[in-house]
Write a protein that binds this ligand. Sequence first.
Ligand SMILES: [Zn+2]
Length: 266
Amino acid sequence: MRRLNRVFLYDDGAARALKIEEIAKYLRKKLIKVGVEVRGNPFAFYLLQDKVSDYARKIASIKIQDATKKWSSEQEPLYGEIEYGKKMILGKTRASGVLYDGLELQRLFFEVIPGRERSLQFVHIVFSNRLFATWDEHERRYHARVNLCGIPSIISTTGVVEAPAKPRGYYLLRQQYEMLGKDLLELKNSFKGAFIDYEDLRLTEVMKGYAMQSVFYSLVGDPFCQDKGCRLYNAHWQEELIFAQIESEYEFCQRHMSFLEELNEY
Ligand SMILES: [Zn+2]
């Protein structure tokens, strides 16, 4: 098990419902000996240096145009895409229907982390509203993700709504609703609570578990757990996610509890 030096939390336009200070407080309780710092916008450094356009260009260039085609570095962003990226960096817009290549996004965030902090002793967690996906070589397509661990770990407040599958019945009914031209809001209401939605009041609670996945990635090299009741469970369905993060009677399984106890002893 690795010793941790510090945890840093960043806000890349994460959903308003996300209370990052509350997550910091939670982490301080779980990791008694490790300092937890809230750092705000990861691009602050670029904003100070008047390099917003450079960054917006880089961000615009990692957009995925087609979920069945792997991202390539030859992709040239359009002017409008760069302007849009600038607005996002400056926090002037939050809505986003854009999908990004997760590994490339992680690489961009890595660049803004100070060199002396680029090691796993430091846990960097970026909460973002950007939806990102990783390429599946086997299926030859992208899959949207809630989080991607590394330096830094990125966690998407849009991904938590869009990536894990909703109940099967929801998709079947949605087809019917769309065919009949019925109001989709009504459908959402009939499934209320069954999945995490935009600006969901449970969002912060759910994200505490994802933050802990990033912590465990640094600690032991593996963010996930096989136990469906453990917050480190890698949920593919909304139902599993809600169970692991909210409904389960315990937070962590025995094995992961003992890691935390050991960490807090020193
Ligand atoms: Zn576990």
